[in-house]
Design a protein around this ligand. Structure first.
Ligand SMILES: [Zn+2]
Ligand SMILES: [Zn+2]
Length: 315
């Protein structure tokens, strides 16, 4: 049975440079009704025993993670069961090292690729020259605070779209890079809606991150499907010879305002646009379309966007 949950996938505690204890982080997450959390301290691995104790104590699912923090970029590693050493690496070995890490069955995500770091936070900007993008499961296309308006998020969004156009399968997510509560005062934070398919949120979130079953938003959830015999969900790779289909989008009514637009963006540019409504369905030509996402906009700002439905030709 499919279900939407919310997950925050980039957090820090006092084990690295956050101000949260485990307990204050988990209490805060509970207050925000977050269903699943990843703890991703800089170059610190928390033992699975510790994580399991916290899960029981706070009744929240926690993915064990780490932010691999280097001079040339930050990489979030999720779902590992041991410390992955990062110290002996030079930038020209990046593909080799990512391939080696992937063999441990972890999920790899590039953190805040276009953030300009402060003088004491080196390496925030992603500089590694990756050749083999199939090692990367996701990019934090939205990051930190006010992600819908930040210049770094806009650049990351363009970068992600260019990778989709090159034929890569890369999931977009939001990473709050959550260090302390005070930072959030008066600021907007984003959220990830994750489509999970069983009661183990952790396993199903890791697979949702690999395939792209995530909607990134500052509030509303957009449900976007193409209709074949069954619904085709985001993250799905649909093999078809059809050139026409029907799409449907639903958005919670209470979050829609009259200045919002729903747009479908693809490798062929914008293929549908209309004033946002709680339910929109229309015929859609998918000739030469390889990927399509739904975007909810308010004026020029993106309020929410889905990951792609990928389309390829064949029976
Ligand atoms: Zn970082
Ligand atoms: Zn971080």
């Amino acid at each position: 049975m499919n279900k939407w949950i919310t997950g925050e996938l980039h957090t820090h505690t006092i084990a690295s440079d956050g101000s949260f204890t485990f307990s204050s982080l988990l209490q805060q997450a509970k207050m925000e009704n977050i269903d699943l959390l990843a703890i991703t301290d800089h170059n610190v691995f928390h033992s699975i025993d510790d994580i399991e104790k916290l899960e029981q104590q706070y009744n929240i699912d926690i993915i064990s993670g780490m932010e691999w923090t280097t001079f040339y970029g930050h990489l979030v590693i999720l779902g590992m069961n041991k410390y992955l050493d990062w110290r002996t690496m030079s930038p020209n070995q990046i593909d080799q090292r990512l391939s080696k890490m992937k063999k441990q069955d972890v999920v790899l995500g590039i953190a805040h690729p276009f953030r300009v770091g402060g003088p004491l936070a080196t390496g925030c900007h992603w500089e590694y020259d990756i050749q083999n993008w199939s090692n990367i499961d996701y990019i934090e296309v939205w990051s930190y605070l006010n992600p819908h308006t930040s210049a770094a998020s806009k650049r990351a969004f363009e970068f992600w779209i260019s990778k989709l156009d090159e034929g890569e399968f890369i999931t977009a997510i939001y990473g709050r890079d959550w260090h302390r509560v005070e930072d959030m005062k008066g600021k907007v934070t984003g959220k990830n809606y994750i489509l999970v398919n069983d009661s183990c949120y952790k396993t199903s979130t890791l697979s949702a991150l690999r395939s792209g079953k995530v909607v990134v938003s500052i509030g509303p959830l957009i449900k976007f499907n193409l209709i074949d015999v069954n619904n085709i969900d985001i993250g799905q790779r649909w093999v078809t010879n059809k050139i026409m289909t029907t799409f449907k989008c639903s958005i919670e009514n209470t979050s829609i305002t009259s200045d919002m637009q729903l747009t479908l963006l693809s490798n062929k540019g914008v293929i549908f646009s209309a004033a946002a409504e709680s339910y929109i369905s229309s015929d859609l030509s998918i000739e030469n379309i390889n990927w399509v996402i739904a975007i909810l906009k308010q004026n020029d700002d993106i309020v929410a966007f889905t990951n792609p439905i990928y389309i390829s030709r064949g029976e």
